[in-house]
Design a protein around this ligand. Structure first.
Ligand code: P53
Length: 482
């Protein structure tokens, strides 16, 4: 069959804040996600619980007066177990492993000149271990790991000074790892700030008068920082490739009523705004109207537009979990702008967390992104968050996960046949880790089970699930045997 090209980058994806643990070891500073507490399912709205909104709340959390369960502080202890974990990835035949560098491991406060050598040395060891197994690292510079000090002192990316701090951090790690890392991503899910200003931009919303104004200004700073990182990467590591990263939200109209079609198109444009800037190199004109109508004014400095235009990314990477439905009906229109639109698609099943499963949507999205941008694409997250059961004999029979992944990979193959240039596929949470949105351990994505519960009880022992052998075969046959 040979659907997938030679050298296709199969692998798995993770992020430091959900994986490493050791939050106060090796000189690491606190990060934004170290402050987010576990909230049981019954008490959460909308399946997402990750915002800190005020100075007061942050101080209470810091003083230990609020919350006693901070799952991201413990992760799954990759910090001490990376050798064992990488050996398991190698056993599956991973070509690539996506991880992020924790910014506050390198710059504990974020605004200092000198990096923390212990932090740098940790990632040297990880990259060397990957190299020993022939696995290519794919490194995210910023995956929800803003140093907390930058939140307190500057209100995060709302302050332009973060651009220089970030670029200094990026240049430091490019210099250090230039012989070891050839694939880079700037900001994970750069659009997340529109649903969580704290996690995406380190903004405490109670400190600002006009939330959306602050968010889009912070995003402008991130766009400029990203372009400067692209420039630095190309200069320091000429044979590297660096991409942007979008939480892709393909939006369908609820019906063929032109009102619905228009609403869906406009929702989709709002999602593609981010890649328009980072791939094409300029703000798309439709955003001007949105800014005007919402009283948003982006302050740009001389040179910003040129920077965006000249230093666009080499490839576009994205996460894909589900699709959305939009309606133009006035009573439903208020649901617009919501990451998780309330309208259910009657043709699709959903995960236990209500995420609607849509393999064909992945093909639609791949085709649409390639039509629009004509740059290489990389699926750097996809997968099924599910409850797993360990049977009495110790086996974990996650056929539902295999079904999900198989269906999505099949559609990727179809998109490739349609001519889409796809570099690779790293499924999310290849080893069970802490959920970003809910801080649960019990929302599992892995091929490898980790013995830990939502409260940190467990041995942390690693165990292969049924999907482990399945994915190994997928990689070994370059996607022919699904
Ligand atoms: P969790 C929301 C919607 C789509 C992707 O998410 C999202 C989120 C945030 O919850 O985040 C990405 O763990 C993110 C990963 C995250 C993964 O999707 O909430 O880049 O860090 O773990 C899955 O199930």
């Amino acid at each position: 069959m040979g659907r997938f090209p030679e050298g296709f980058l199969w692998g798995g994806a993770t992020a430091a804040n959900q994986l490493e643990g050791a939050y106060n070891e090796g000189g690491k500073g606190l990060s934004i996600f170290d402050m987010v507490t576990f909230v049981p399912k019954e008490e959460r709205g909308n399946n997402i619980e990750m915002d800190v909104t005020s100075e007061e709340e942050l101080d209470e959390l810091l003083a230990g007066k609020k919350g006693d369960n901070f799952p991201k502080r413990r992760g799954i202890d990759f910090y001490h177990r990376y050798k064992e974990d990488i050996a398991l990835f190698a056993e599956m035949g991973f070509k690539t492993f996506r991880l992020s560098i924790s910014w506050p491991r390198i710059f504990p406060n974020g605004d200092e000149q000198q990096p923390n050598e212990e932090g740098l040395a940790f990632y040297d060891k990880v990259f060397d271990e990957l190299a020993n197994h022939g696995i290519e690292p794919l490194v995210t510079l910023s995956h929800y790991e803003i140093p907390l000090h930058l939140v307190k002192k500057y209100n995060g990316w709302a302050d332009r000074r973060l651009v220089d701090f970030f670029v200094h951090y990026a240049e430091t790690v490019f210099e250090r790892y230039k012989d070891k890392v050839k694939y880079w991503l700037t900001f994970n899910e750069i659009n997340i700030s529109t649903i969580s200003p704290y996690i995406g931009s380190g903004i405490l919303v109670d400190r600002v008068e006009h939330k959306e104004q602050a968010v889009y200004q912070a995003l402008h700073h991130q766009f400029v920082a990203s372009a400067r990182a692209v420039k630095a990467c190309h200069e320091i590591i000429p044979d590297a490739k660096i991409g942007c990263m979008l939480a892709r939200m393909e939006v369908y109209p609820e019906t063929c009523n032109p009102d619905d079609v228009l609403a869906a198109l406009e929702e989709d444009q709002k999602n593609l705004f981010f890649t328009d800037v980072q791939v094409r190199g300029y703000y798309p004109s439709f955003m001007n109207r949105y800014f005007e109508e919402n009283n948003i004014k982006i302050e740009m400095l001389p040179g910003d537009e040129e920077m965006l235009r000249q230093h666009t990314v080499d490839f576009l990477s994205f996460s894909y979990y589900m699709t959305m439905v939009a309606s133009g009906a006035p009573d439903k229109a208020k649901e617009k702008g919501n990451f998780f639109s309330g309208i259910k698609n009657p043709f699709l099943e959903a995960s236990d967390w209500g995420w609607q499963i849509d393999p064909k949507g992945l093909r639609i999205t791949l085709k649409k992104l390639y039509d629009r941008y004509q740059v290489p694409l990389f699926i750097v997250e996809n997968g099924l968050g599910a409850y797993d059961t360990v049977e009495e004999d110790g086996s974990i029979n996650d056929d539902y996960r295999i079904d999900y992944l198989r269906a999505h990979i099949e559609q990727m193959g179809e998109a490739i046949k349609d001519g889409v240039d796809l570099m690779g596929y790293t499924s999310w949470g290849c080893i069970d880790l802490i959920s970003a949105g809910t801080s649960e351990m019990s929302k599992r994505y892995g091929f490898i089970y980790v013995d830990q519960d939502d409260y940190g009880n467990g041995t942390l022992e690693r165990r292969k699930k049924k999907s482990f052998e399945w994915y190994k075969q997928v990689i070994a046959t370059n996607g022919d045997m699904l």
